[in-house]
Design a protein around this ligand. Sequence first.
Ligand code: HEC
Ligand SMILES: [Cu+2]
Length: 358
Amino acid sequence: MRSGHGIRWVVFWLLACVILFQCPAVAGEAALCAPGDTASIAPTVVQPSIFHPLSPPARQIESLAWLVMGICAGIFVIVEGLLVFSIVRFRRRSMESGEPVQLYGSNPIELAWTVVPLLIVFTLGLVTIRVIRDVERETPPEGALEVICIGHQWWWEYRYENPLSPQGEIVVANELHVPVGRPVWLRLESADVIHSWWVPSLAGKMDVVPNKTNHVWFVAEEPGLYLGQCAEYCGNQHAGMLLRVNATSPEEFDQWLSHQASKPVDEPAVAAGKSIFLELACSTCHTVAGVSDGAFAPDLTHLMSRATIASGVSPLNRQTLRSWIDDPQNMKPGCNMPSLKLTTDELDDVTAFLCTLK
Ligand code: HEC
Ligand SMILES: [Cu+2]
């Protein structure tokens, strides 16, 4: 009976290790697809894993995780070792009969298994509190880039204060851009339900709560594309609410920022598509700077500068864009954009218009 217990533990730990080390490769595939209309060099993809930290808070969390796992592994080896030893050493031999010697009470043993766990819990508690204090700051780190992040069902909105932009602010969807080596201070807000911002290589999970402001900070140490995932169940497209953080050199970041602050090109050739965009409900939900100012859905001013569509669910190119507009419920069932049932011609025109929004 006891050995059955031992085997269950071994199986449990093996499974736990497999799960821990096989962190899901969220959207890795999509990330590697270059966008159709913007020629950009595919950045190094940093897969989401707490065991690949590239930012100070993520490093602290990793060290803490190893400490906890080390202590647990020690306990596991000692307990299971004693168990196996007892099973083998004190097994019933064929010649023996009757009950083995019964022992009741032992002060040294009682003391040992009270004091040792207390010490372990105390140590882990102290170390954890220290890590939490460092990871959850009350004030922005010095020289931080401050960005507002708003969680929506099922996409992310980022707002940068930017004097270059006429509105004094630039708004982008789903793809956060940050400069390497500079602290980033994200102010997290929610437009609807509770989400959680989690890019494991950069920082720990932080809930995004309606009517409450939370913060998360990180410093991307290397250039690359950091992937993550909404980590709080938020409805039927929770799994389609992926996170992408592009860390680039400060120069590239400044270029990106000033491009995002620029007005969209006004292409006379796509006037038909533009007027369909304005006449149909598109413009009541979406902003295109200088064209419409819907605030419910992703800002499309520089749509084609993004690599993905629908919060990382699909790579972005003319084809995916067209099929998205045709029926978003195909690509992202349950999402908050309806199919407006455009005719083939209207579809082509609107797609052509959006494709100019580089
Ligand atoms: C009822 C509001 C609503 C209307 C009307 C609407 N959309 Fe959307 N749209 C959304 C929402 C919400 C999303 C985000 C969906 C998601 O990722 O979960 C979205 C996403 C998009 C995206 C992808 C943006 C990105 O970066 O991922 C495009 C492109 C788009 N809409 C174009 C259009 C066009 C063109 C029309 C008109 C034919 C239109 N939308 C009408 C709400 C709307
Ligand atoms: Cu979410």
